[in-house]
Design a protein. Structure first.
Length: 129
C-alpha cells in the first residue's frame, strides 16, 4: 500500500512540475512574443530627426494623452491610439506622422512644436487635460 501511494504521489508531482505556471523559462517557450516585422523608413519629405520617433505611423489626431509619469526631474508622456496601443515619449521625441516634437510636459498641459515645411521650428501646439 505504501509503495502504491508513493508511486501515485510521484506521478502527480512530475505532472505538476511540467505544468508549473510560475516557471519563467516554460512560459517563454510556450508564449513566444510576436516580433516587429519591419520599421518603415522615413520618406525623403520628412525632416531628419536625432530623437526617437514615437507612433510614427499614426496620425496625431488619433492619439490620446493617457497620462504623465513624473518623478523629480524625469517626465514621461503616455499616449494611446485607437487600437489601444500605448506609446511613451520623453521631451525631445518626435511624435506621430506629423513629427511633432515634444516640447514641454506640465501637470495640466503638454506642449508640442509643429515643424514648418523647411524643418524649422514652427508653432506650439498645446494639449490640456
Amino acid at each position: 500500500m505504501r509503495t502504491r501511494m508513493l508511486c501515485v504521489l510521484l506521478c502527480f508531482s512530475l505532472n505538476s512540475f511540467a505544468g508549473d505556471p510560475f516557471d519563467k523559462n516554460q512560459r517563454l517557450k510556450n508564449n513566444a512574443l510576436p516580433t516587429v516585422d519591419k520599421i518603415q523608413k522615413a520618406t525623403s519629405t520628412k525632416c531628419p530627426t536625432e530623437q526617437n520617433a514615437v507612433a510614427q505611423d499614426t496620425p496625431f489626431n488619433r492619439l490620446k494623452v493617457v497620462g504623465i509619469i513624473q518623478h523629480k526631474t524625469y517626465k514621461q508622456l503616455l499616449l494611446n491610439d485607437d487600437e489601444k496601443q500605448v506609446f511613451s515619449a520623453v521631451i525631445g521625441d518626435s511624435i506621430a506622422q506629423e513629427q511633432l516634437k515634444l516640447h514641454q510636459i506640465n501637470k495640466h498641459e503638454v506642449q508640442f512644436t509643429r515643424r514648418q515645411q523647411d524643418c524649422s521650428a514652427g508653432e506650439i501646439v498645446s494639449v490640456k487635460f
